[in-house]
Design a protein around this ligand. Sequence first.
Ligand code: NDP
Ligand code: X2W
Length: 337
Amino acid sequence: MLNTLIVGASGYTGAELAKMVHVHPHLELGGLYVSANSLDANKPISDLHGQLKGIVDLPLQPLTNPEAIAKQADIVLLATAHEVSHNLAPIFLAAGCQVFDLSGAFRVKGNDFYKEYYGFEHQHVQWLEQAVYGLAEWNSEAVKQAQLIAVPGCYPTASQLALKPLLEAGLIDKNQWPIINAVSGVSGAGRKASMVNSYCEVSLQAYGVFTHRHQPEIASHLDCDVIFTPHLGNFKRGILATITAKLADGANMQQVSECMAGAYQLSDDAHAVRLLGEQTASIQNVVNTCFCDIGWKVQGQHIVLTSAIDNLLKGASSQAMQCINIRNAFPQLTALV
Ligand SMILES: NC(=O)C1=CN([C@@H]2O[C@H](COP(=O)(O)OP(=O)(O)OC[C@H]3O[C@@H](n4cnc5c(N)ncnc54)[C@H](OP(=O)(O)O)[C@@H]3O)[C@@H](O)[C@H]2O)C=CC1
Ligand SMILES: CC(=O)N[C@@H](CCC(=O)OP(=O)(O)O)C(=O)O
């Protein structure tokens, strides 16, 4: 059994991870951690996340000595904010742990990015360079060898899984930047209460127009400029991305469909992308599942793709678990279906 720790366990993604690790046949849930001064320290996680009652009731331990707990850990999941992950990951990596970071702290190479979009100068550029981007269906070979896996953001996951096959096949005219409009449920903002996620304040609206940090994450990993506009929706969980792009000259529906089928062909090691063809993706079909549903339609030289995920699962925790499975040679959907 691999001793697995979850840091940031009381959050939305942390609670999802606790459930997955608990049911995983090869992982042992070695400890749940929150900040040293957490108001929830020493409470059972199931006091905060009732769905875990009787399943996972372990206490949320204050993280006072990461170096000490690192010695007994094989795997560490960081379900913490970017600057927290940035500071903690090197400690666990130095102890030889496999680290799966759900934050954006190690996703994009280049220190300028972090100054501009995350507000801090990256202090661990050598780890940033070694980090492997954990887009499971595309980077499995690199994930198998990595010690630090940077799990993609939720919007970037939904966007890249739809566009990457077509870009790799040269079926998209990159001179007209793909337009990505995506709506996320409020759980995407995390469990900390704020005006952003207050029940009476939430209303369907765009935000981060031209400024969201996911635009450069998507563009750099696709190697294609995009216009990405996130929207906050008044529902709990799920993301729907609607993507418009111009097809390369001569590209048609049949080539697109064959390309998608080839990119996501089913194998013995089932992945988490489901292809819908001309059917549009719907949030209700992916919430509480590990899947990304992708549909597409072509008219003339344009394509509209729809891509739906659960932001807490394929957009975070279940993709992290897929990467743990890939890294340790387990079937990649172990503990997920
Ligand atoms: N929500 C989503 O849909 C997605 C989130 N992510 C990313 O995943 C990470 C976690 O997100 P989410 O679960 O929503 O976040 P939450 O805000 O819900 O949870 C954050 C967790 O971190 C803990 N924490 C805060 N400070 C520290 C610290 N110094 N040391 C240890 N633990 C700490 C918090 O507990 P306490 O404050 O009590 O210590 C809490 O358990 C973030 O980086 C987020 O950007 C990525 C994709 C999707
Ligand atoms: C609704 C909402 O607030 N969503 C978050 C995205 C959450 C996410 O993917 O987290 P990373 O920061 O790890 O990329 C946002 O727009 O910041």
